[in-house]
Design a protein around this ligand. Structure first.
Ligand SMILES: [Zn+2]
Length: 206
């Protein structure tokens, strides 16, 4: 998500374009636009250590989600085990390639790029070493993050699970729990991340 920042001293309101002077905020304090009342920003923990731990958690949960089986089906004595990527690959096999690629991109590829990009940026900030093209990568990560839709994918899977449970015996496998944890962890990351502070730190490292 793009932030409201335009310079170090002001915040621009996305709803009415009002310029609001920035001030130091304590944790959980927030700023609303004085003209239209829209939410502008809030005080967050500016600890890159906490953020780095969350991103490592995201990465581990994402890898485990893709390594372990997701759901097993038992129907008429036959068992089929599916993985997180199975649905997208099956769509490609059944001539729904565009849909399959879209699912693969939004549920697996884009989230992976986002986590790896954030890992790269926060590692650079933690070590206080300027890595190669950090600004460009952070800008790209912010853009690609808007296309990561794991929650929508998960919701679709839950709907399919509820529909099919009457026809077949289904069992949730470890990947389901890892992927659920991954969605929660990514939500925590998006709450903790302060893109303003990251841009400021990147500027100081120039
Ligand atoms: Zn406003």
């Amino acid at each position: 998500m793009q932030n409201n920042r335009i310079c170090d001293s002001f915040i621009v309101c996305k709803s009415c374009d009002a310029l609001v002077k920035k001030c130091e905020l304590k944790r959980y304090q927030s700023v609303a636009c004085p003209r239209c009342g829209a939410y502008l920003c809030c005080g967050r923990i500016h600890s890159f250590e906490v953020l780095f731990s969350l991103i490592v958690t995201d990465l581990v949960l994402f890898l485990f989600s893709n390594i372990f089986p997701f759901i097993s089906f038992h129907l008429r004595g036959r068992e089929q085990i599916t993985f997180l990527s199975s649905g997208a690959l099956e769509l490609c096999r059944q001539n729904f390639s565009e849909l399959g690629i879209l699912v693969l991109l939004t549920a697996i590829i884009f989230p992976l790029i986002e986590i790896l990009g954030l890992f790269y940026i926060i590692l650079s900030l933690r070590l206080n070493i300027r890595f190669y093209k950090t600004e460009e990568i952070f800008r790209f990560v912010n853009y690609i993050g808007e296309w990561a839709m794991m929650e929508v994918f998960m919701l679709g899977l839950v709907v399919v699970y509820v529909k099919l449970i009457k026809l077949a015996t289904m069992k949730l496998m470890p990947s389901f729990y890892f992927f659920s944890g991954f969605i929660i962890s990514m939500t925590m990351t998006s709450i903790f991340i302060d893109r303003d502070k990251i841009w400021e730190k990147l500027e100081k490292m120039k």
